[in-house]
Design a protein around this ligand. Structure first.
Ligand SMILES: Nc1ncnc2c1ncn2[C@@H]1O[C@H](COP(=O)(O)OP(=O)(O)OP(=O)(O)O)[C@@H](O)[C@H]1O
Ligand SMILES: [Mg+2]
Length: 243
């Protein structure tokens, strides 16, 4: 399955979630690739401590082969990472038409399916409404919108879910950093909101100090797998794959 992760505002927790999710699924024996399509503010490589030479951006620019941009951070897991390096352009503007950009991304997907036989590809997208993110949403089988309960995010989530329905990609909704107290009340509110949008609600991840203290330097699913975040992630992962 091709699963993309989006948000309207930045910092809602996409990169953290997609990284921990990818490792969790790989720990379960699945072959996973995570692609950093946030070419204007990439961060995936930090969580996996990847010191890259070639990246997705170099491949899209025609400066290297696909095989050179795929990294395998753990010896004992079928987890592959395609990092990005920061650039000013969005993915579409590297090409003469949006169709060409889409074809190039599909080439990457074809390689991962044929050469590495991955089960799932996870796309860590850039925040906001932009061409790179919409291109990925268009390619994906499911788009997960990661939101906080801040009204700025909520309003943007409305916009993003409309966009996904226009593109014909089914949207899931995931709330992150929700306060631990009043969680029952919050779950009721977000369920209602999700119903209104016609998205399927994957659940909520509460604010977790263990995650906050990692400062994106390590993955809780590897080092703190009993924390609240990891327990909630496992439930959400099952729902996501069944969505
Ligand atoms: N449930 C959580 N509890 C506490 N801290 C969290 C939680 N989820 C993420 N964080 C922290 O929030 C910060 C932002 O997370 P992250 O980088 O994953 O967001 P992002 O949506 O990818 O941001 P951007 O839009 O800028 O790419 C990180 O420091 C991360 O450790
Ligand atoms: Mg990010």
């Amino acid at each position: 399955m091709l699963l993309s992760f989006h948000s309207y505002k930045g910092g809602t927790g996409k990169t953290t979630f997609v990284s921990n999710l990818g490792v969790y699924l790989a720990q379960q024996g699945q072959k996973i690739c995570i692609i950093d399509t946030d070419v204007n503010g990439p961060g995936l490589h930090s969580l996996f401590d990847i010191h890259f030479s070639a990246t997705l951006v170099d491949f899209l620019r025609g400066e290297c082969k696909i095989s050179e941009i795929v990294y395998k951070p753990y010896r004992d897991m079928d987890l592959y990472i395609i990092p990005s390096k920061a650039c000013e352009e969005d993915i579409s503007s590297m090409f003469s038409s949006p169709g060409e950009a889409k074809d190039k991304m599909l080439e990457v997907i074809k390689f991962l399916n044929k050469q590495l036989q991955v089960d799932h590809i996870l796309f860590d997208c850039s925040p906001g409404i932009n061409k790179s993110s919409l291109l990925t949403m268009n390619i994906a089988d499911r788009a997960t919108i990661v939101s906080t309960i801040d009204v700025q995010d909520i309003r943007g989530t409305y916009i993003l879910s409309n966009m996904s329905s226009k593109l014909g990609t089914r949207a899931n909704l995931l709330f992150n950093r929700t306060p631990k107290d009043k969680s029952e009340e919050i779950n009721g509110i977000v369920a209602e909101f999700s119903k209104k949008l016609g998205t399927s609600l994957l659940g909520s991840l509460t604010f977790d100090d263990t995650v906050a203290r990692t400062w994106s330097r390590k993955l809780v699913i590897v080092e703190e797998k009993d924390c609240d975040y990891c327990q909630q992630l496992r439930t959400i992962a099952t729902r996501l794959l069944m969505s």
